[in-house]
Design a protein around this ligand. Structure first.
Ligand SMILES: *Cc1c(COP(=O)(O)O)cnc(C)c1O
Length: 401
């Protein structure tokens, strides 16, 4: 007899991006190539941009790039800065650190504000850095809303308030690649000057589009930015004389159809409800992991609930257990979990971390599927864990509803 195989149906990708692509988005992309100069694609694009502004509560203009999140990072730096400029980068995990490295390699002088543990930025420390900068040399404060490695979430609203309280002119620039359409975001009200996101996480569309929300205050720095190049330049992208100039050439046609459908889905659900759904689903993960953690090595990487991301949860295990759990879930149960990318700032990728993505097109059936599969793996692999985790999570959801 062969060993029992229970994998049928759809495999489930539970990594923190790319996220699950809705059938509606896939269907919208399954079509003939459109004209790229006029007609439907122009309307599709412009209505998508209006929808994105609504989702982020902003009047900021949006530059669109064929690219991933890293392209968004580089577009942001090149449009605003010159070699020798000083910036402050708030680092709460590997993604913030990588963005700072990119800036440094472009010749930008980077001051880091780092925490050792997986906790959000310390606002008092940020305020001190800004106050100490008496000559106002810091041109921009860069921060990641959800750092996808540690799964910490920064308080962007309070950071914006801190900048204003210090009367520091630095721009506030936010990487919301993991958090956009998952965590609350009010670009204008919170004083975010530039926000970067990408298509493949909360926006539920295949990887390939980076978006730059450009606030009014960006233009003064843009004028002087010597790192700017014709391809990255936001000016023709936002002030095109012909539609394709928005993309410095051929638009990412099918991605635009997909993204328009995803934006429609978010607006139909209502963005506040999308955020509340993410919070309710994140709580199911937290309840489950917190229950597993009783008398065991398992735990959420971020200990305080208010500091946890609504889009991804990094889970600690005993050394060596995380890869075994991931492999077993993938081979035996058809669910793919995220690899560990470091649970603290200076921690390298390790074998004691795995991640569950809970961003985008997700419902309790899908999420409980993932959590129940991990629970099954813990039992099969005899990884010690606290009891009744799923029952505690279902109780939580039944009460929330
Ligand atoms: C995914 C991610 C990135 C990088 O995006 P790529 O599309 O992989 O280039 C950057 N920042 C954060 C917070 C992310 O989650």
């Amino acid at each position: 007899m062969h060993p029992l195989n229970v994998v049928g149906g759809r495999d489930h990708l539970a990594i923190p991006g790319p996220s699950v692509i809705p059938d509606r988005v896939l269907r919208a992309m399954h079509r003939a190539a459109p004209n790229i100069y006029e007609g439907e694609l122009v309307d599709v694009t412009l209505s998508t941009l209006t929808g994105l502004q609504e989702i982020a509560h902003t009047k900021a203009e949006i530059a669109v790039y064929h690219g991933n999140g890293h392209a968004g990072w580089e577009a942001c730096l090149c449009n605003l800065l010159s070699a020798g400029d000083e910036i402050l980068v708030v680092v709460t995990g590997r993604f913030g650190a990588a963005w700072a490295d990119m800036a440094q390699s472009l010749g930008i002088r980077v001051q880091l504000l780092e925490n050792q543990g997986p906790t959000p930025a310390d606002i008092d420390q940020l305020t001190r850095c800004l106050r100490d900068d008496v000559d106002r040399r810091i041109k921009a404060v860069l921060t990641v809303q959800t750092d996808t490695a540690t799964s910490t979430c920064n308080d962007i609203k309070t950071m914006g308030a801190a900048l204003r309280a210090c009367e520091h002119p630095a721009l506030l620039i936010v990487d919301a690649i993991a958090s956009f359409a998952c965590e609350p975001m009010y670009i204008d009200e919170w004083g975010v000057d530039m926000l970067i996101t990408a298509s493949q996480k909360g926006l539920m569309t295949p990887p390939g589009i980076a978006l730059l929300f450009v606030g009014k205050r960006c233009w003064a720095l843009h004028k002087e930015a010597s790192l700017n190049t014709p391809y990255w330049d936001i000016e023709p992208r936002l002030r095109p004389s012909m539609f394709p100039e928005r993309f410095c050439g051929t638009p990412p046609t099918h991605h635009l159809y997909g993204l328009r459908e995803a934006v429609s889905m978010l607006l139909e659900e209502g963005i506040e409800n999308v955020w509340r759904r993410h919070e309710a689903l994140a709580r199911l993960v937290w309840r489950t992991v917190d229950a597993w953690s009783v008398n065991s090595d398992l735990c959420c990487n971020v200990s305080t609930e208010e500091h946890r991301s609504l889009a991804v949860t990094t889970i600690r295990t005993a050394s060596g257990d995380a890869p075994r759990i991931r492999q077993w879930c993938e081979e035996k149960l058809g669910v793919v979990l995220g690899v560990g990318l470091g649970g603290g700032i200076s921690e390298p990728p390790q074998d004691n971390l795995f991640r569950i993505g809970h961003m985008g097109h997700l419902n309790p059936a899908m999420l409980f599927g993932t959590l129940a599969c991990v629970d099954t793996a813990l039992k099969a692999l005899e990884v010690p864990h606290g009891p009744h985790a799923l029952s505690i999570a279902t109780q939580e959801l039944s009460e929330a509803l």
